[in-house]
Design a protein around this ligand. Structure first.
Ligand code: AMP
Length: 213
């Protein structure tokens, strides 16, 4: 199963990617997670970290390199769920080239109204140590710190209001053209992602269509 999930920040695509990856027994490949986990000890990776903090896109050649390396690992033999990649038309073209005749099964686009996105992102918190994620309103921790390890919960630098606005702008200008790109390829299905995690997952599963082989 080779899937791509598209959607603005806060659309819940990371959560749905995790559920899909478990369901199909394939890895979730999140470029946000891969990029955030890189150290900033070379000029190229330091530049990537600056883009992450500002909510702007890391240059295509860096991201495509990271994804090419990840897709070359043997655990992707049965497929993958790409979460946050591609985000530009050149990245989509690079992916098409990387996959060759194997291609994608389908692309799911998650849509959520803008005010709901801001509510979701500004309440998001994560454990500073184990990275477990929480939400002040929808998924609060039971105590002051992380339920698993007790460490302090922190807000991602790019979940601050000014950076959220920048990320939404970047999504509209750079990533939305992919909706047209993948629709033209006959791969796109749109999933309204305004409901609960469980109800969105039901719709997500219904939208997954394996490509004929
Ligand atoms: P995410 O965790 O998917 O919200 O991504 C967080 C940040 O990582 C984005 O705001 C970008 O700075 C960077 N990023 C993640 N995926 C990509 C990508 N495919 N292309 C460029 N930048 C990316």
């Amino acid at each position: 199963m080779r899937l791509v999930l598209l959607g603005p920040p806060g659309s819940g695509k990371g959560t749905q990617a995790d559920l899909l990856a478990r369901k199909f027994g394939v890895p979730q490949i999140s470029t946000g997670v891969l990029l955030r986990s890189q150290s900033a000890d070379t000029p190229l990776s330091a530049a990537a970290q600056r883009h992450l903090a500002a909510g702007t896109l890391v240059p295509d050649e860096i991201v495509v390199g990271v994804v090419a390396e990840r897709l070359a690992r043997p655990d992707t033999a049965a497929g993958f769920v790409l979460d946050g990649f591609p985000r530009t038309v050149p990245q989509a073209e690079a992916l098409t080239e990387l996959l060759g005749s194997a291609g994608l099964d389908c692309v799911l686009e998650f849509t959520v109204p803008p005010d709901e996105i801001v509510r979701r992102l500004s309440g998001r918190r994560e454990c500073g140590a184990c990275r477990r994620s929480y939400h002040l309103e929808f998924n609060p921790a039971r105590a002051d710190g992380c339920d698993d390890c007790g460490s302090e919960l922190v807000q991602r630098a790019d979940d601050q209001p000014a950076t959220i606005a920048e990320r939404l702008k970047v999504y509209a200008s750079e990533t939305l053209p992919l909706v047209v790109y993948f629709r033209a390829a006959g791969l796109l299905t749109t999933v309204p992602a305004n409901g609960s995690v469980d109800s969105v997952f039901v719709q997500t599963l219904a939208a997954v269509r394996p490509a004929p082989r």
